[in-house]
Write a protein that binds this ligand. Structure first.
Ligand code: HAM
Length: 419
């Protein structure tokens, strides 16, 4: 019969890969908690209009890449393409703003975008991220960036580059947009079809072009900083000052364009050299209008999300951080002794040992081969002799030394060992 395969752009995370995932998740929990952030978990499916209104109808994410369908009750449901809009929905729905003037939230989970798959770009991918809702001050932007930076560093990624920009306030953006369109209009015949469409719907995205000819055109285009108000400018300077105080190096990139509509003021990305074309590990920014536009009481906010697949690729050569757990491989060649062995294994696990029990009833030789393969520190063996004398044979796999220990003394024996 024909095999059923996974869907294009989705990947199994196999047993030899999950250790990296667990370690990354552990760092996200640990570092976020150290900064005072609490975890939030929201559903994978949401009403489609949340993203139409939240992320923006004209964005690629919503207009081209969202998985949506009509449910039996005729409502339109989507697989979430990101988590900022769902977190803000939840913040409003559960009146989290009423519980505390500042909500510091973090999350880990899958997102879905129907993109063309390539290295570091999947249709189901995973994000961790944070959203700080309530503070309008630049130190909050710096804190969020610092938290992202620390998680990536703590996971062992070395070559990080922080790109920073500000897209200013709404009035600044409107003025910039109309000047940009004025500048680009004479170049329309030279623009690609995609950019011609963007010129009408979302001209800022043209700044992000990968087309060589368009890059040349964009070089002489008006720059957003020419349109900053005094407040925009002061705010952006303060963010930079706090990043300097935190000793986080950054580069201002006026061409940094984020593919989501909700941003105001600060935007940023952290990239790594170890990735190909998809080099953004993490992206985020301030979004002061989103809570209000989704029906909540206006609240300023800032956050980021990171692509976990990309983080794991970028950290390929990192030094592993998880401590080694001492491991015992438990072998039994006497069927009657199986229960005794399992009971000893259970007790050893309760004092922190990892114990792998043979359940295939294989020959001594193949069990020993498996023990060596499993990188165990010890094997403990119960055969006929040991069963009759209520003992266990122990072998230290590092030095090959072997000794017999009374069954009753096995726990105190392992308790006395130091690793
Ligand atoms: P985003 O830039 O769309 O922002 O995604 C954040 C990160 O998710 C990217 O930098 C990338 O690492 C990863 N990512 C995005 N699409 C894919 C894909 N198809 N395959 C693999 N990884 C991907 C957001 O999602 C915003 N919600 C971030 C944010 C939070 N802004 C404020 N708060």
């Amino acid at each position: 019969m024909a095999q059923v395969k996974s869907i294009k752009g989705t990947h199994d995370i196999l047993p030899n890969q999950t250790k990296d995932w667990q370690e990354l998740e552990m760092q996200v929990h640990k570092t976020s908690n150290l900064y005072g952030y609490s975890e939030i978990r929201t559903p994978i499916i949401e009403t489609a209009s949340l993203f139409n209104r939240g992320v923006g109808e004209e964005t690629d994410i919503v207009s081209k890449e969202m998985y949506s369908w009509e449910d039996k009750d005729k409502s339109i449901i989507s697989l979430r393409p990101e988590l900022t809009a769902p977190v803000v929905r939840s913040y409003i729905q559960h009146n989290l703003g009423g519980q505390s003037p500042l909500q510091r939230l973090y999350y880990i989970g899958p997102s879905f975008r129907r993109e063309r798959p390539q290295k570091g770009r999947q249709r189901q991918f995973h994000q961790f991220g944070v959203e700080a809702i309530g503070s309008a001050n630049p130190e909050q932007d710096a804190e969020v960036i610092s938290l992202g930076w620390d998680i990536l560093k703590s996971f062992g990624i070395k070559s990080l580059k922080l790109k920073l920009s500000s897209i200013g306030s709404k009035s600044c953006r409107e003025n910039f947009k109309s000047e940009l369109v004025k500048y680009l209009n004479p170049f329309i015949p030279k623009l690609s079809e995609v950019s011609q469409r963007r010129l009408e719907k979302n001209p800022l995205r043209i700044l992000d072009t990968k087309n060589k000819d368009e890059i040349e055109i964009v070089k002489s285009a008006p720059k957003i900083e020419q349109f900053y108000t005094k407040d925009d400018q002061n705010y952006f300077f303060s963010v930079q000052k706090f990043l300097n105080d935190l000793e986080i190096p950054f580069k201002i990139d006026p061409l940094l364009v984020r593919g989501l509509d909700y941003y105001t003021q600060t935007t940023f990305e952290i990239c790594s050299e170890n990735l190909g074309a998809q080099d953004a590990l993490l992206g985020g920014g301030r979004y002061n209008g989103l809570v209000g536009s989704l029906g909540g009481k206006d609240a300023p906010a800032v956050g980021f999300a990171a692509g976990m697949e990309r983080v794991i690729i970028a950290a390929k050569n990192r030094k592993k951080i998880s401590p080694k757990i001492p491991t015992i491989y438990a072998i039994c060649t006497n069927d009657e002794a199986m229960g005794i062995l399992q009971n000893s294994a259970k007790q050893l696990r309760s004092i922190g040992y990892k114990v792998i029990c043979e359940t295939l009833r294989r020959s001594m030789r193949s069990q020993m081969r498996d023990a060596n393969k499993s990188n165990a520190d010890y094997v403990m063996i119960i055969g006929d002799d040991e069963f009759n004398s209520r003992t266990i044979q122990l072998k230290d796999l590092k030095n090959g030394e072997q000794e017999k220990v009374d069954l009753e003394k096995i726990i105190s024996y392992f308790k006395s060992l130091t690793f």
